[in-house]
Design a protein. Structure first.
Lengths: 207, 207
DNA sequence: GTCTATAGGATGATAGAC
DNA sequence: GTCTATCATCCTATAGAC
């Protein structure tokens, strides 16, 4: 058994810890550059390990990305389940889930990685995984949140609009472009301030 | 001056015609594989020309993609303007624009290419172009369609949900997966049949 | 205007030392 | 468990013939 406080060598840690570290780095890198655009070397640098190590630990770039996706889906669903398990009184579930969703943007890369998978539907492995995750979300909204069809539709649509605006970095122009300011203000009522905080946060991905 | 009906050589046509041909091919290819994932060689094959010719005509892969984006934005805006210029009576503008939007899916790759640009916000050139196009759409909905803020928000959100479902090829599972059937039915009321037609159409991009 | 040939650079993956 | 070295592949872009 190994101590968390005094690992024998800083450069030598349990496989599970490294794994988690790399998955976090990969989430940020894939979110920023996309599945094809990101390189295993970028992931390795962000995680502080060597490029071959990343490939060796996950088998391939594709398998790494699939794990990133699974992790993101798990986080998303468990976050929503936490809200449903302990809802605030006097606030609609839809609003609470919406807030929880925007809060997830703090995890730079998480929702962006999902978004990246959404445009890869024609890839056999990745497309299938993306659809599975999206359908799981639908099922949760229907069965656990007890949403009506219209609510589901509106909730998903709102989420995709947020994803899109974040994906295209619209908040970058919030201050410089009045039109962008107006769009963000009208399209994302009450979710704006959080989104802008995220936008100002330093990117965790080195250039 | 050259005749449209009798080009001297089938393999030799006016620059403008080839240009249009390549842009159409590029739209399909970029939509299917994304900006990074698509290769200039795939575009060339789809257009029936050589790979260096594609690069030479547009300067670079990036410039080609930017032209694809501009074309797509133009098509989108002019389609909407056509609806606004001759609206059907007794049908809300929002509904008519929504229908026009879904009809655009028939142009395989057009909306998908836009979607691909949405996830490339961190790319300086492409991100800027994507934001500009999105903002132009916002401006049109506000000034020409005279939408209220809520209408704009809902309209854009609905569009992004459609993009996402199309991007991840959810309609591929329409028949095999009951959950997918239900999701598509509830999330896209009255737009479904058109979307499924598109899904069944043969891909214009060779494997 | 269009092609063939190819240079030049990057990247995913493997082999093997420590 | 982790790294260095390196291979093989692929892809954009250029050069130059026709």
């Amino acid at each position: 058994m190994s101590s968390v406080n005094a690992p024998e060598h800083a450069s030598r840690m349990k496989s599970e810890d490294r794994r988690e570290l790399i998955l976090e780095a990969a989430t940020a890198v894939f979110g920023e550059f996309g599945y094809v655009g990101a390189t295993t070397d970028q992931v390795a640098r962000a995680a502080g390990v060597s490029q071959p190590y990343v490939v060796r630990m996950f088998g391939s770039k594709e398998k790494l990305f699939l794990e990133v996706l699974d992790r993101a889906h798990d986080r998303l669903l468990s976050t929503f389940r936490a809200v449903l398990a302990a809802p605030e009184p006097d606030v609609s579930i839809s609003t609470q889930l919406g807030r929880a969703y925007v809060d997830l943007l703090a995890d730079r890369g998480l929702l962006l990685s999902l978004m990246q998978a959404f445009v890869l539907g024609s890839d056999p492995a990745i497309g299938a995984r993306a659809r599975r995750g999206f359908l799981a979300m639908y099922e949760m909204l229907r069965d656990e949140a007890k949403f009506e069809p219209v609510e589901i539709s509106q909730f998903l649509a709102g989420g995709m609009l947020i994803n899109t605006l974040v994906g295209m970095r619209m908040s970058d122009e919030f201050e410089s472009n009045p039109l962008a300011t107006e769009l963000l203000t009208t399209a994302l009522p009450e979710k704006l301030d959080c989104l802008l905080d995220i936008g100002r946060a330093p990117s965790s991905v080195a250039p």
